[in-house]
Ligand binder design. Structure first.
Ligand code: SDX
Length: 387
C-alpha cells in the first residue's frame, strides 16, 4: 500500500456562473449550416433556400443532397446520390425475420425504434468511426427506413412483404411497398413534398437528442435510435397522429365548436398548434394547408379540411395573440390521411423524412465535437447523517 501523500486537489477553476435555462429555449449549443428558422417572422430556409420554394420545386433526394452538402447538386451529383440510395433500399434478411417476430399490434414507433437499432447488428461499419463512415451509414439509414416502415405495416396487416423497387424514388418506393402497387404521380409527389417539409428543423428535441448521443462518440445507429424515441412524444413528432385522432373524435363540423371551446376552457393543449420557436404561422403549415385543401378535394376528404379550417379559426381567435399558430403537424395530418397512410404511421412518416436531418446534424457535431454535458441545480439536502 503506497504511503505517498496524494497530490493537492487542483484549484477550482473560475468556471463561468451557469445560467438556468429550463427547456434550453434560450441556449445555443451548436452551429449549423442546414436550416435557418426565424420564429418571429415564420421563416424556414434549408441552406438559405426558402422552404416554400423547395416544396414547390425540389425533390426529397435533392433536398437531402442540399442538407448534407450545403449546396444544390448538379444533375450528375443528384443521379449519383439517387443511385447510392437505391443500392441501399433493401434491408438484411434478418430484419424481415425480426419484423415477423413482432406482435401485430405493436405501436409502429416502438417497432421503428427497434428496427433502426437492429440495423446496426447487420452493418459491419456500425462502429467504424469517422466522417466518411458516418456518411455511408447515413445513406443506409435514409434508404432503409422506408423499407422498415412499409414492411412492418405489410406484416401487421397480414400481407406479404413487398421488396423495394430500385427504379423508384424514395416517395414512390415507399408507397409501392406499403400498398403493393405503383402509386399515382400525384400521390408520389404529395409524399415527396411532405418528406421535403419535414427533413430538417434546427435543434428540435429529437435532433438535439441525436447530437447528445453522437457527441459521446457513440455510433450513428445509437444516435438515430435516440432520435426516433424522442420524436415519438406527442409534444413533438407524435402530435400529427394526435391531430388525426382529434379530427376523428370530433367527427363532424357540427361538433367542432363545442369540442375545441371545451378544450380551451379546460386549458388543454390543442395538438398541432403552438411551437417553441415559431410565434407566427409555421411556414410548413402554410404550404401544407394549401396542399391539404387540394389533396382533400381530390380524394373526397374535404370534410376533414373544412373541419381543420374551423378549428384553426377558433384557436387563432383565442390564442394568436399569445403567439400560438398551427404548426407542421396540424395540416400534415389531413395530408397523410388523404395519401392513404394509417393514422398510427404518421409519426413514422415524420421519422422517415427527418432521418436525413438527424444524420446531417450528427455529422456536423462530429466535425466540431465537444461532449454535451449541461449542469443540474442540486436542490437536495447536505450534511445528512448516515444511520
Ligand atoms: C414539432 O422544435 C421543433 O422544431 C419541433 C418541430 C420539428 O420540425 O422538429 O417543429 C415539430 O414538434 C411541432 C410541435 C408539435 N407539438 C404539438 O403540436 C403539441 C401541442 N403544442 C404544445 O405542446 C406546445 O406548443 C409546444 C410543446 C410545441 C411548445 O411549447 P413551449 O414552447 O414549451 O410553450 P409552453 O408550453 O410554455 O406554452 C406557452 C403557453 C402556455 O400557456 P400558459 O401556461 O402561459 O397560460 O401557450 C400555451 C401553454 O399552455 N400553449 C397552448 C398550446 N401550446 C402552447 N395552449 C393550447 N394548445 C396548444 N397547442
Amino acid at each position: 500500500m503506497s504511503t505517498a501523500t496524494p497530490p493537492a486537489p487542483a484549484p477550482v477553476s473560475s468556471a463561468p456562473v451557469a445560467n438556468y435555462d429550463k427547456g434550453l429555449a434560450n441556449t445555443i449549443v451548436a452551429d449549423t449550416q442546414m436550416s435557418f428558422i426565424d420564429g418571429a417572422k415564420g421563416v424556414l430556409e434549408y441552406v438559405g433556400i426558402d422552404i416554400d420554394t423547395l416544396a414547390r420545386k425540389s425533390t426529397y433526394e435533392e433536398t437531402v443532397y442540399l442538407l448534407w452538402n450545403t449546396k444544390l447538386p448538379s444533375e450528375t451529383e443528384l443521379d449519383a446520390l439517387k443511385s447510392a440510395l437505391r443500392a441501399e433500399y433493401e434491408i438484411p434478411q434478418g430484419l424481415y425475420e425480426m419484423i415477423r417476430g413482432m406482435p401485430k399490434d405493436a405501436v409502429p414507433m416502438h417497432a421503428l425504434r427497434t428496427l433502426v437499432s437492429a440495423l446496426a447488428l447487420h452493418d459491419p461499419e456500425a462502429d467504424t468511426d469517422g466522417i466518411e463512415a458516418s456518411k455511408r451509414k447515413a445513406l443506409r439509414l435514409v434508404a432503409k427506413t422506408p423499407t422498415l416502415i412499409a414492411n412492418f405495416d405489410r406484416y401487421r396487416s397480414g400481407k406479404e412483404f413487398v421488396r423495394p423497387n430500385t427504379s423508384f424514388d424514395i416517395a414512390t418506393n415507399f408507397l409501392w411497398m406499403l400498398n403493393g402497387e405503383k402509386p399515382t404521380d400525384a400521390m408520389s409527389r404529395g409524399l415527396d413534398i411532405c418528406l421535403i417539409l419535414h427533413a430538417d428543423h434546427g435543434l428540435n428535441a429529437s435532433t438535439f437528442a441525436a447530437r447528445v448521443t453522437i457527441a459521446t462518440l457513440s455510433d450513428l445507429y445509437s444516435a438515430m435510435t435516440t432520435a426516433v424515441g424522442t420524436l415519438k412524444g406527442p409534444l413533438h413528432g407524435g402530435a400529427n397522429e394526435e391531430v388525426m385522432v382529434m379530427l376523428d373524435e370530433i367527427g363532424t363540423m357540427d361538433n367542432v365548436d363545442a369540442f375545441i371551446n371545451g378544450k380551451l376552457e379546460r386549458k388543454e393543449l390543442i395538438m398541432g398548434f403552438g411551437h417553441r420557436v415559431y410565434k407566427a404561422y409555421d411556414p410548413r403549415a402554410t404550404y401544407l394547408k394549401t396542399f391539404a385543401q387540394q389533396i382533400a378535394t381530390d380524394t373526397g376528404n374535404l370534410r376533414l379540411f373544412e373541419m381543420s379550417q374551423r378549428i384553426e379559426s377558433i384557436v387563432l381567435d383565442a390564442k394568436a395573440g399569445k403567439g400560438i399558430f398551427p404548426n407542421v403537424d396540424f395540416y400534415s395530418a389531413t395530408t397523410y390521411h388523404c395519401l392513404g397512410i394509417k393514422t398510427d404511421l404518421f409519426t413514422c412518416m415524420f421519422a422517415m423524412s427527418r432521418m436525413s436531418g438527424w444524420c446531417g446534424h450528427c455529422i456536423e457535431q462530429l466535425q466540431d465535437n465537444r461532449l454535451i454535458r449541461p449542469q443540474a441545480k442540486y436542490t437536495g439536502p447536505h450534511d445528512v447523517a448516515y444511520v
